[in-house]
Design a protein around this ligand. Structure first.
Ligand code: MCN
Length: 784
């Protein structure tokens, strides 16, 4: 039997538990906890004149009501701005409960605690907040005019402005390169707001025992939530535990830390000395959490007769919503990763980040990349159409070649490091995709179109993650890492890594994530980083454990550690399987106590080995136990890539858009589990189909979100998501020991550009905005 599991299609270890209803999500906890509900602003922009809570006080079962006035010390201060940036000259964050102003519908104003959620909601309904209405600013262009301000002290509603310029190798800037190019095009692209919409919303549960605070949160980053709570509530860090239970999806929205509720619920639990729980409802999620995607992009491009881009100038207007807790990460990612797999002559990108009286914007799966890819891939399609060339030919003419790696795009990435692609083979990937979709044999007929989209994605961003691995005397392997899981299958892939590194069957490996009691130092699960950063940390921790195991076993077997290997949980001499010792026995030997519950092992180990009285039982520099901890801190991001193609059909009468085929070729370096990666890609493509055809946040001119429910916010069903044909290319990353790159966001990134290209091909029309509905296609056809 082999224990090499890295690269295998191992069934997900977490599935039997999750599929049989054994998962423990936030709302499964604290059945007897007091319930928390919030009065949230019904207005997009207003001054709070007075809050009258008297009506709520006679609700039976009411426990407490809090407004901003009640908040002490740091709880009353604005929430932290998590990722500052020199270009973010006017960063603004909200208060946990609104202080004087509300700046979007859904902002929390009053917190209510009651015996149950019904009573808490009843009490909320009896609280009267008197507002002076202020002009709401909605829509990027209206806000950019600056006639009305979201924040009085932010002129023109401009939070940030950044220009990045990468001259050509001959030293020409983008504008010069465009002006002197044989051909030029200019156009505008619009991408509307959407949101992560995980199946499970946010939620917090807190319990205080007078000394220790235990918080459960449906979060993507338990260690950061823990630090924020300790700091805000002035508690010593060792007395705060944060645990992410099973999390029913995050897709980015749960990386914000802390959310107001993550501070308020623990704070009130301590104050009241009671167990408290808040579970977000769907409407709250739509109006009070975070959105993304909304951007207007102006493009100017200059190119030669082959379609080679000589100069590209992109101006981005980014809708930031009312606050910037996550800084300007989204437009920075758009700007820096827009170039994709292409060598561009000269590039200039400028963005302005604009406040509006709408829900704040934080990263959503893909985080600014879908917008950038929409821009670059629409550009490639338009160049091809202008020159009458095949769209794949124009792309190929611009590709970075395999021999060009490492390839420096000349940009500064979001982590402040130079954006250098580590490895890839884009021509090979295109060839695979063309074969998979049948690009060259595609038979044209009216209403049928084919589209293509390419992208490169920086993954595995630092600064670090850690892993702890322990082999116990029963031969089981316990792995823990600090980042959290929301459905990615970490329990399985991390177990695959540990099983492979240690040579044990995967059934003997268990994995814990997102529990600060087990692992306190971590960054979190986002930016497709878990596999690269935690995966490598776990491998390194396993290698330490393996080295120690071989050393101990070598002593017991009177062999050289270099002659030993571990297979199926047995340490044995290479080529002589009978000279062996189980890893469980090695674990017993690793502890001078030599304690084992297994009688045979106890007998075999208790008195084995020559007694030595000239050295202490634990040698200097050594530690008892068969365990190890290590960290992995990447030098810089590793760049995954992918190419998608789709065939769509548009109905000539109804303008209905149907995706007939969807093909993906993907390269995330060495695959740990191809089945899980395919699942990630399928999920991402489904979300991308939503972004291309259905999902948008519709605000009216007063800042009311008109479709804040699943009745009105359209998501694709299984019926709208085609079967996804997938192929892989593996160009290992030279940057990390396992040679892996991330995969978690990949699927969603190019979908809008692929579908737009296919519709354009079917209709012969310019598709310059996403999403596009049948009625909008109909209008385009009629020239409206
Ligand atoms: N993987 C692999 N081989 C590789 C790369 C990845 O087998 N070469 C596996 C990983 O081990 C992991 C999965 O693929 O099980 C995704 O890995 P990775 O790219 O490291 O992404 P993360 O684990 O960091 O997950 C974050 C990513 C992001 S940023 C969003 S958003 C997202 C996503 O994952 N949110 C998700 N996928 C999601 N999937 C679910 N079900 N729910 C979410 O909220």
């Amino acid at each position: 039997m082999t224990t090499r599991l890295f690269g295998e299609r191992v069934q997900r270890k977490e599935d039997p538990r999750l599929l049989t209803g054994q998962g423990r999500f936030l709302d499964d906890l604290g059945r007897d906890a007091l319930a928390v509900a919030f009065v949230r602003s019904p207005h997009a922009h207003a001054r709070i004149l007075d809050i009258d809570v008297s009506g709520a006080l006679d609700v039976e079962g009411l426990v407490a009501v809090y407004t901003w006035e009640d908040l002490p010390g740091r709880v009353a201060e604005p929430l932290p701005l998590l990722i500052p940036h020199p270009a973010l000259t006017h960063g603004r964050t909200a208060y946990a409960l609104a202080k004087e102003f509300v700046r979007h519908v859904g902002e929390p104003v009053v917190m209510v605690v009651a015996e149950d959620r019904y009573l808490a909601e009843d009490a909320c309904a009896r609280i009267h907040v008197h507002y002076e209405l202020l002009k709401a600013v909605v829509g990027i262009e209206e806000a950019a005019q600056g006639a009305a301000l979201v924040h009085d002290d932010v002129p023109g509603n401009i939070g940030a402005h950044l220009v990045q310029e990468v001259p050509s190798r001959e030293g020409r800037n983008a504008r010069e390169a465009i002006e002197t190019a044989p051909h030029t095009l200019a156009f505008r692209l619009d991408i509307e707001r959407s949101a992560c919409t995980p199946l499970e919303g946010r939620g917090v549960h807190a319990r205080w025992d007078g000394t220790d605070l235990r918080v459960h949160s449906s979060t993507q980053t338990s260690t950061s939530v823990r630090m924020a709570i300790a700091a805000k509530l002035d508690l010593p860090l060792p007395h705060v535990e944060v645990i992410a239970p099973d999390v029913g999806g995050g897709f980015g929205v749960k990386i914000v830390h802390p959310w107001p509720e993550e501070i308020l619920v623990p704070w009130a639990a301590m104050l009241l000395n009671r167990e408290l729980k808040w579970t977000e409802d769907r409407r709250e999620h739509f109006i009070s959490s975070a959105h993304e995607r909304g951007q207007v992009q102006y493009v100017r491009v200059g190119f030669d007769d082959e379609g080679r881009v000589l100069g590209l100038d992109v101006t981005i207007m980014h809708d930031h919503g009312a606050y910037t807790p996550y800084g300007i990460i989204v437009p920075i990612v758009t700007s820096t990763q827009l170039l994709g797999p292409y060598k561009i002559g000269a590039y200039r990108v400028e963005f302005t980040s604009i406040y509006t009286n709408t829900v704040q914007v934080t990263p959503y799966r893909g985080a600014g990349r879908p917008q950038g890819v929409f821009c670059m891939e629409r550009t490639m399609d338009k160049i091809a159409r202008y020159l009458g060339k095949d769209r794949t030919e124009v792309r190929a003419a611009n590709f970075i070649q395999p021999e060009d790696f490492p390839y420096d795009q000349g940009m500064i990435f979001q982590d402040g490091r130079p954006l250098i692609y580590d490895s890839g083979d884009y021509p090979a990937m295109l060839a695979l995709l063309k074969r998979l979709i049948g690009w060259d044999t595609f038979e044209r007929r009216p209403g049928l179109g084919i589209g293509i989209g390419c992208y490169v994605e920086g993954t595995g961003v630092g600064p670090y993650e850690g892993g702890h691995v322990q082999v116990t005397s029963d031969g089981r392997v316990h792995v823990s890492t600090g980042l959290t899981s929301q459905g990615q299958g970490h329990e399985t892939v991390f177990a695959q890594i540990a099983a492979t590194e240690l040579g044990v069957p995967i059934e003997r490996v268990s994995v814990v994530t997102g529990d600060t009691r087990r692992f306190g130092y971590a960054v979190g699960t986002f930016a497709s980083r878990a596999a690269v950063v935690s995966g490598n940390a776990i491998a390194l921790a396993c290698r330490k454990v393996r080295e120690k195991a071989l050393r101990i076993a070598a002593e017991a077997l009177e062999a050289d550690p270099g002659d030993l290997e571990i297979t199926d949980g047995l340490v044995h001499v290479v080529g002589a399987p009978s000279a062996s010792i189980p890893l469980s026995t090695v674990a017993v030997l690793s502890n001078p106590l030599r304690y084992s519950f297994d009688a045979e092992t106890a007998k075999a180990t208790q008195f084995s080995g020559a007694a030595s009285y000239d050295k202490p039982p634990v040698a200097e520099g050594d530690e008892p136990g068969l365990e190890g901890r290590d960290y992995y801190s990447p030098l810089r991001s590793t760049f995954a890539a992918g190419m998608h193609a789709a065939i769509v059909e548009t109905d000539k009468d109804t303008a209905e858009i149907r995706i007939l085929r969807y093909a993906v070729v993907h390269d995330c370096g060495r695959l740990i589990n191809p089945m899980i990666v395919e699942g990630q890609i399928h999920g991402g493509v489904a979300q991308g189909v939503g972004g291309a055809l259905y999902e948008r946040m519709v605000y009216d001119s007063h800042g009311q979100l008109l479709n804040a429910s699943f009745m009105d916010f359209l998501m694709p069903y299984a019926t709208e998501v085609p079967r996804i044909e997938t192929d892989h290319l593996e160009t290992p990353s030279p940057l990390n020991p396992l040679g892996i790159k991330g995969a978690g966001e990949a699927g969603v990134i190019p979908v809008s550009s692929v579908i737009a290209g296919a519709i354009e091909d079917a209709e012969g029309l310019d598709i310059d905005r996403m999403p596009i509905s049948p009625s909008e296609l109909f209008q385009l056809r009629s020239g409206e």
